[in-house]
Design a protein around this ligand. Structure first.
Ligand code: NAD
Length: 456
């Protein structure tokens, strides 16, 4: 028996005791998680800085703060979320009471990526706890300092019969996917998402896949350029572009590319100075492999701004590529780095069809004052979620579902959807004993008219 199957069988036994089911237990565990994170805040921020060069501000605003908000939401709404929901009963089933029990999925597996290593592990975990499940967590090998802190937090806060974390690489991933889970929550690339989906399929295990891809932004020039550039630069260069919902490329109305680039340069310098490498607010690329990959993408297109590297600290300066052709290397894969390719369009319909010819994106953004054009883009492009006149911030609202569609993922979470993601809706009809209408029983002679009337 491997350590993974042994842990899972202990977690199965623990789940069977029913201890994870009560409101008191779930609330207590959410509180314990929050307290443990608060106690180790400094250490977490330091680890985020070591792995990704994140400033304390960015580490708090985009990782810890989002986890606290999510836990806070679940604590506040847990009692109501757990309560069975009433449903209407059709007249044909008179007299009965219908309701939905939100039962835990059971023994769950959470696999997370390296780019927001804390947030993308702890937010799903909060959902798993609120839903009354056990969890095994597998963070990415690349963000090892954060993984180390998370491991020690999980080990100190929870019994591993309930929640366990395994560090490790390929063998660990494969061994974990070989186990039979009740539910898998995976965040990562579409390619690995397919492997996870296939592994889950072997046992018909339900899963949520939070994936990535190329998220476009349309800029039609009707919004003030300075504001457009500031909000675009913020979303693009946050975490040095290593954000799943970062605007990947910009489609800009003919005549506005030059003014946009001019405004972007100004905003980038305001945020990170003219020497971004020396700014403590500017993150690094996760590792040499990704550093080289992004360098290759920059070198195969025309450079409009930036394109500077610091091999020692693995930093790549905020970069703009223009003019970019559809066939350039940078347009063939998710960039996941601080590089913004700009392509011009002359007609909104063409920009929309450019996006629709590609995989369904995780996010879509549009900067425009033209309501008709905004509505047209929002209704004709299929994508996970997005913003009008801003970037990335849609994921900060717990009331908004967060997830992709098609190649960018399946299922969603955040806020009440996290609870829903980690629970199964069990439908019940509770029938009264004092009445038993004979309509449904044979013989049916003379009853068709009545059934037609009742089931219109
Ligand atoms: P990845 O797919 O390489 O890795 C994700 C997780 O899967 C890691 O824990 C990794 O250890 C594991 N893994 C890697 N190879 C595996 C394999 N062959 N079998 C089983 N497990 C394996 O992704 P990444 O490089 O860590 O993250 C970047 C990708 O994740 C980007 O595509 C990005 O858009 C996406 N992402 C999506 C979201 C979202 O919320 N939708 C958030 C962050 C990142």
């Amino acid at each position: 028996m491997s350590i993974y199957s042994e842990t899972l069988s202990r977690q199965k036994a623990f789940f069977q005791t029913g201890e994870t089911l009560s409101y008191k237990f779930r609330l207590g565990m959410l509180k314990a998680l929050k307290k443990a994170l608060k106690d180790r805040e400094e250490e977490i921020l330091k680890a985020l800085s070591m792995d990704l060069g994140k400033s304390a501000f960015e580490g708090y605003a985009t990782e810890l703060g989002i986890v606290y908000k999510e836990i806070g939401y679940l604590e506040k709404h847990l009692r109501k979320l757990m309560k069975p929901t009433r449903a209407k009963t059709p007249l044909t089933q008179f007299k009965a009471r219908s309701f939905i029990i939100h039962e835990p999925m059971g023994n769950t597996l959470i696999m997370s990526p390296w780019n927001y290593p804390l947030q993308l592990t702890m937010v799903p975990l909060a959902g798993a706890i609120a839903g009354g499940n056990t969890a095994v967590i597998k963070p990415s090998r690349y963000s090892q300092e954060v993984s180390k802190v998370m491991k020690s937090i999980i080990d100190e806060t929870f019994s591993d019969d309930y929640i366990a974390l395994f560090e490790g690489g390929h063998e660990t991933n494969t061994a974990l996917l070989d186990q039979r889970w009740d539910f898998i929550f995976f965040t990562g690339s579409p390619n690995v998402g397919k492997i996870v989906h296939q592994a889950a399929g072997k046992n018909l295990t339900p899963c949520i896949l939070e994936l990535g891809g190329k998220s476009p932004v349309i800029i039609d020039g009707t919004v003030n350029m300075e504001l457009t550039a500031r909000r675009l630069a913020w979303g693009k260069y946050l975490n040095a572009g290593q954000t799943c919902v970062a605007p990947d490329y910009a489609l800009v109305k003919k005549g506005y590319a030059e003014p946009l680039i001019k405004a972007l340069k100004k905003e980038i310098e305001k945020m990170f100075t003219s020497v971004p490498f020396s700014s403590s607010d500017y993150p690094k690329i996760i590792n040499q492999k990704h550093f080289e990959r992004i360098k290759g993408l920059i070198e195969s297109s025309e450079l409009a701004f930036g394109g500077k590297y610091d091999e020692k600290t693995l930093r790549i300066s905020p970069t703009i590529l223009y003019p970019v052709k559809e066939t350039d290397a940078v347009m063939q894969e998710e960039i996941f780095g601080p590089v913004l390719p700009i392509i011009e369009y002359d007609d909104l319909d063409k920009a929309i069809s450019f996006i629709k010819r590609r995989e369904k994106p995780l996010a879509f953004y549009i900067f425009s004052r033209n309501r008709k054009d905004i509505d047209k883009a929002l209704s004709s492009i299929s994508f996970g979620g997005g913003c009008v006149n801003d970037t990335v911030v849609h994921l900060t609202a717990p009331e908004l579902p967060f997830g992709g569609i098609g190649n960018s993922g399946m299922g969603c979470y955040h806020g009440k959807r996290s609870f829903e993601a980690f629970t199964h809706d069990k439908a019940i009809m509770d029938k009264a004993l004092w009445l038993d209408l004979r309509v449904r029983y044979a013989p049916f002679k003379g009853k068709l008219k009545l059934v037609k009337m009742l089931m219109r």
